[in-house]
Design a protein around this ligand. Structure first.
Ligand code: ADP
Length: 321
């Protein structure tokens, strides 16, 4: 009986324990199922997000492709426009060059005739007639100057300036330029001086004719923009690896606000126009480009109303440095 009771109690305990175990396992299984379902939901949400991101990326890629295509098209258009502009520029330069050349010949004839008249080679003139012819001659010289500047500019831009470089001395052209402008300075009442160092200046690699154009422009300007009683000095000296030519004047100077435009084509400062001087605004542009071809520099310092100094520097030869 006792044994039977014990056996019964054990069976009962096992049943109860089994029941509890099954219930607990069920509960855990349910929890796992629930977590699984949640993870699945999260996963599907993430997947949806990824799909929409992918779609957006594809859209962006498409847009980028469009932009890239547009850029390539624009680049092509710009290249074509550039080409066309270059062609037009070259046609323009050629036209200016031909027109200026055709104008120069008859003008030289007019200059010659007026000079002959003024020198009374074809008969005497009274004072009024002389003044008349002299005025005509001044205008003819101005026109020739304008045509020469236009020709130089056109040739420079067409690459037909024909530079011929040789190793040579600079001093003769400095002296010659001073000689050419001595009379002009004297007639205007301007003191004009050349200061050279005692030792000979070294030889340089130059196109002497083109450097002559630069010196003419700088000295012509210095005298032109200096009022009577003023002073123009040209000085040459060596500084480190360069030969410097400085042209200093006590003239009208240059307004600071216009410094940056000095070497641009056709530019004339306001005070130069007010002073009623004649000019084309091409001389400095041509000079700047000539000096650049010599691997030198052209710069200036100036104060309006006090004067200007133009500084031309040309590189010394390697062995002389
Ligand atoms: P331009 O034929 O008018 O003299 P440039 O190209 O030689 O042409 O000079 C451009 C301008 O620079 C001049 O119109 C003038 O305003 C100014 N300039 C040049 N040199 C001087 C100078 N020595 N003093 C004052 N202004 C100057």
């Amino acid at each position: 009986m006792n044994l039977f009771f014990i056996f019964g109690a054990v069976v009962f305990s096992v049943i109860v324990f089994g029941f509890v175990l099954v219930k607990r396992t069920n509960k855990q299984l349910e929890k796992l199922r629930y977590e699984n379902a949640r993870s699945l939901k999260l996963l599907s949400q993430k997947e949806n997000k990824l799909i929409s991101l992918n779609l957006a990326l594809k859209e962006r890629n498409k847009e980028s492709d469009e932009v890239a295509k547009t850029l390539v098209r624009r680049d092509l258009e710009l290249t074509e426009t550039n080409e066309r502009l270059r062609e037009l520029d070259s046609i323009k330069s050629e036209f200016v060059s031909v027109a200026a050349h055709q104008l120069r010949t008859p003008l030289t004839g007019i200059k010659w005739t007026l000079n002959a008249l003024l020198n009374e080679e074809v008969g005497t003139l009274d004072e009024d007639q002389k003044k008349f012819v002299a005025d005509g001659l001044v205008s003819t010289y101005r026109l020739i100057e304008l045509i020469n500047d236009l020709l130089d500019t056109a040739r420079l831009e067409e690459g037909k300036f024909g530079f011929i470089f040789k190793i040579q001395a600079l001093t003769p052209i400095l002296k010659q330029t001073v000689k050419n402008y001595e009379l002009m300075a004297k007639e205007k009442g301007i003191e004009f001086m050349l200061q050279l160092p005692e030792a000979d200046l070294p030889f340089l690699r130059l196109d002497i004719e083109k450097i002559g154009i630069v010196l003419d422009n700088l000295i012509d300007n210095a005298i032109k923009y200096t009022i009577p009683g003023g002073k123009v000095t040209m000085r040459a000296f060596i500084d480190k690896k360069y030969l410097i030519i400085e042209i200093r004047d006590t003239g009208i100077g240059i307004p600071k606000a216009q410094f940056h435009r000095m070497f641009t084509k056709f530019f004339r400062a306001a005070n130069a126009q007010l002073a009623e001087t004649s000019g084309t605004g091409l001389g400095l542009y041509v000079s700047y480009n000539i000096v650049k071809r010599h691997k030198g520099t052209l710069s200036f310092e100036s104060r309006e109303g006090e004067g200007s100094t133009f500084i031309l520097s040309l590189p010394l030869l390697e062995k002389a440095k």
